[in-house]
Design a protein around this ligand. Sequence first.
Ligand code: NAP
Length: 252
Amino acid sequence: MEERKLRAIITGGSRGIGKAILVELAKRNCISVMFSDVAVEGDDFNAHAKKIEDEIGNGTKVYGFKADASKFDEAEATIAEAVEKMGGVDIMINNAGITRDNLLMRMTEADFDLVININLKSVFNYTKAAMRPMMKQRYGKIVNIASVVGLMGNAGQANYSASKAGVIGFTKTMARELSSRNINVNAIAPGFIETDMTSKLNDNQKEALLTNVPLKRMGQPEDIAKAVAFLCSSDADYITGQVLTVDGGMVM
Ligand code: NAP
């Protein structure tokens, strides 16, 4: 294991896949980690950060910051806070995301805009804000959480699949723009992962989805976190602009 010395920000890192990523990075590469979310239990970000810090229990400092990832000024404020509290940013994980599923016939303009703003514009916001300190130090790892539906589409998810396909295109362009500054930019495309996001599906829907998963189980947030930690490690220094599917074999 490499020496733990890096500082990471994870949008939507207080629960679900984002929290698993935060914990994994804290265990492997990082000395401090920050989650930025819209809300946490009791709206006490410091208390929530302390609770996660105690759960990890290896001395990694955990910070929480209230920010809506879809707003550029709030992304800039998060990076400023991270630079002040952690002394810099080495790893940026763009994880915040939502679904508002409906067939296009019934999808509202508001639900299309909301999903694009939270899932895709947030990646622009945080990449633009985080790249400045990364460029100055000539080091950075950016990992964007896309989805297999950004690669293959899914009926009922026009807004979501468009946002995730956008994240993939953005990732490849950023990999090209930032490579000269030693900043790697990659995406993970999770399949069907057990979190609050998929808890809305009923048993019949889950069973139907699993027929397309060769490994015949839903993924766990930790399955994604381990792949993210790999892309943020020195083992992945020669990998950029890639989309790694972590999906039990759904897309191949
Ligand atoms: P989740 O359990 O619903 O968690 C979503 C996280 O995003 C929460 O921490 C939430 O924060 C945060 N978030 C939502 N809107 C936000 C905003 N405007 N600003 C900042 N944070 C915001 O979902 P998940 O399953 O962990 O999903 C994490 C990522 O993986 C998403 O990008 C999702 O699209 C992607 N993904 C998930 C699956 C899956 O099967 N679960 C599959 C493919 C891709 P609050 O607590 O403040 O609401």
